[in-house]
Design a protein around this ligand. Structure first.
Ligand code: C2E
Ligand code: C2E
Ligand code: C2E
Length: 89
């Protein structure tokens, strides 16, 4: 496969998320906060979310899931190794 591919394991860095401007990460930050609330999971430094949630977020950001994965890595919200190893630039 070529091009950007979606992350398979999505572990959001919540501390990094809080450092970024709301005009960029607002929708993602609200989504993550909603999941934390539904789980009652408030104390983590990271939050594991569903692959399905990445697809929903990609629609919100008007990107493909692969493009959003790249964006989240660029922001430092996902680790470098969230990028699938076989992707081609
Ligand atoms: P892991 O998936 O590599 O997660 C490592 C650590 O990251 C977790 O240590 C936890 O401190 C943090 N973490 C990851 N995702 C979340 C999250 O959504 N919320 C919060 N609050 N913290 C998160 P922990 O809890 O000691 O778990 C150690 C390992 O135990 C995990 O490694 C995983 O392999 C397993 N584990 C824990 N909970 C689950 C789970 O709900 N499902 C599965 N399949 N494995 C789990
Ligand atoms: P639900 O989807 O009916 O899931 C009920 C419970 O099943 C969850 O309770 C959790 O204990 C377990 N569960 C479901 N799917 C998974 C999974 O992929 N991995 C793990 N480790 N457990 C799973 P919990 O965590 O208290 O969540 C309560 C409700 O909050 C969920 O009900 C769901 O409606 C919502 N929720 C929580 N986390 C997420 C998320 O990451 N994404 C979405 N879309 N909804 C979530
Ligand atoms: P995980 O707990 O290691 O689960 C890995 C994958 O196993 C999930 O990927 C999902 O495909 C499947 N799975 C696990 N538990 C359930 C379940 O109760 N019902 C169903 N239908 N499938 C299940 P997925 O969905 O991409 O989730 C990735 C990670 O996000 C999970 O890793 C877990 O750490 C977290 N997560 C997702 N949903 C919930 C949730 O409702 N509550 C909690 N506490 N964590 C969740």
């Amino acid at each position: 496969p070529s091009g950007s591919e979606p992350a398979t394991k999505i572990v959001i860095n919540l501390e990094r998320l809080q450092q970024l401007p709301a005009d960029k990460v607002g929708p993602l930050a609200r989504y993550a906060a909603a999941i934390q609330s539904q789980r009652g999971d408030y104390n983590g430094k990271v939050l594991s979310i569903r692959a399905e949630d990445l697809r929903s977020l990609a629609i919100i950001y008007d990107m493909s899931p692969g493009e959003l994965t790249e964006q989240l890595i660029d922001w430092g919200v996902l680790p470098q190794d969230a990028r699938p190893a076989n992707r081609v630039d």
